[in-house]
Write a protein that binds this ligand. Structure first.
Ligand code: SF4
Length: 450
């Protein structure tokens, strides 16, 4: 095993639930709708799989040549699970063609405040994601892999360290591993921020003119890949592209991990989607027995859907795309009837505005103003002209940030204005807000720059 490093430049306030290895309380995992289709959480799902259990369940990682690994990944069409859904094979192929010594990074810095899928994988299935990273590195001829996670995730670090010790004891044919931790700030999990931090810079998004896979901050081709993506590679090496394709929703290879939050029975539950079904069918199993007021899909910078639409929608990228939505990082936030969706929109917009890395004018000046206008709307003090001002402002700053953060926030706000237009109209009419709870549903984790 290599070294472990943290990085300076930020301080982080971690309000996340700490989880010690073996503790099951915060790690409810489910396979749905068909447990037999589970790939990542196949077998004994409630506990951590040490190397022995992992090998019993999945078998040893087949020894494959670099070309065989690359071909399998390409045939599978596996898309990244970090949010953007970029095909892994394209990334790897770009780095391979560039040559040199590629840098390989597994991104576990799940900066979505409510998402737990990657941490859950690291806690329960560490060897599956390490197998995938090992195979991906082999396909590039890379001899080292960095694993990046949040400094506050003590249990994730413990689980990974233990897994690396187990692998070293078993003398697996592994790359040299490096553990590296950083802040739980929203934009610190962006791929260029992660690559920068691993290269010794600050964990903030970088201005880029070429893709990381061509040239990263170290000057070498750099692959930053999400932990769930790597776990799927670990499965793919065993079951092949046909096996992976037969699992999960209809569109795209492999199952999907989603984290449920908001008005569900156990916020933080991670579900492995193994086949076809609607959001309504999924949510009913998790304590949502009536059509909710609204559902946020794909993360805090995802897409708002009105409850009725979401309830009847099949959970898969093809169906979501018809509404301009995506599963993104896999977060599904539920706002039940009786709670105000606009309050949650304002809450999330304010949080995301505060999470800017403070480098670009549109982000620094524009996002707080967008958050202020959305908050006024939620509080019932906005008029139609403020909504027009909000729409103008989103158009003015769109495409002007160095990274996608402002555009993602804009897309989230626009989806709320269009998909929840009945809520917007109600707040503008002065009819008041039905929400008397006075608290927020969607959880946050804050970090500040030092
Ligand atoms: S757009 Fe915002 S988050 Fe992205 S680099 Fe610029 S200031 Fe940072």
């Amino acid at each position: 095993m290599g070294h472990e490093a943290g990085d300076g430049g930020w301080t982080t306030e971690d309000r996340g639930a700490g989880v010690t290895i073996g503790e099951k309380v915060h790690l409810a995992t489910r396979a749905w709708p068909d447990a037999d289709g589970a790939v990542l959480f196949a077998g004994e799902a409630e506990g951590r799989m040490d190397l022995g259990l992992h090998l019993d369940q999945f078998g040893p990682l087949p020894q494959r040549s670099a070309q065989e690994v690359a071909t399998l990944i390409e045939e599978s069409g596996l898309a990244g699970r970090g949010g953007a859904g970029f095909p892994l094979a394209v990334k790897l192929d770009t780095a391979r063609r560039k040559g040199g010594r590629p840098v390989v990074i597994v991104n576990l810095s799940e900066s979505e405040p409510a998402s737990r899928k990657d941490a859950t994988l690291a806690l329960l299935r560490p060897h599956l994601l390490l197998d995938g990273a090992s195979a991906a590195a082999r396909s590039l001829g890379a001899t080292e892999v960095s694993i990046r996670f949040h400094a506050g995730d003590v249990s994730v670090r413990q689980s990974l360290k233990l897994a690396l010790e187990e692998r070293a004891d078993a003398e697996l044919d592994d790359p040299i591993w490096h553990l590296s931790s950083g802040p739980r700030r929203y934009v610190a999990g962006e791929s260029s921020a992660v690559a920068s931090a691993v290269a010794g810079g600050l964990a903030i998004p970088q201005f880029r003119t070429v893709p990381l896979a061509v040239r990263g901050p170290s000057g070498r081709p750099t692959i930053v890949s999400n932990a769930e993506t790597m776990a799927h590679v670990g499965a793919l090496m065993r079951i092949g592209s046909g096996g992976l394709e037969s699992t999960g929703p209809a569109s795209g290879a492999g199952t999907r991990l989603v984290t449920l939050t908001g008005g569900v029975r156990a916020p933080g539950t991670v579900v492995e989607i193994t086949g076809e079904g609607t959001f309504g069918e999924l949510l009913q199993l998790h304590g949502v027995h009536a059509v909710p007021a609204a559902v946020l899909v794909g993360g805090y910078a995802g897409t708002w859907l009105d409850g009725e639409t979401a309830w009847n929608l099949t959970i898969d990228e093809e169906h979501l795309a018809t509404l301009g939505a995506s599963l993104g990082c896999g977060l599904i936030g539920v706002v039940p009837v009786g709670r105000c969706a606009m309050v949650e929109v304002a809450h999330v917009a304010t949080y995301l505005a505060e999470q800017s890395a403070g480098q670009c004018g549109p982000c620094v000046g524009g996002l707080p103003e967008i958050a202020r206008l959305v908050t006024a709307l939620a509080e019932g003090t906005a008029r139609r002209r403020h909504v027009r001002q909000l729409i103008r402002l989103t158009a003015e700053i769109e495409g002007r940030g160095a990274c996608s953060h402002p555009d993602a926030v804009i897309a989230m706000v626009r989806s709320a204005l269009s998909m929840l237009s009945h809520e917007v109209d109600r707040h503008l009419s002065g009819a008041g807000c039905a929400d008397t709870a006075g608290s927020r549903l969607l959880p946050l984790v804050t970090g500040t720059r030092s």
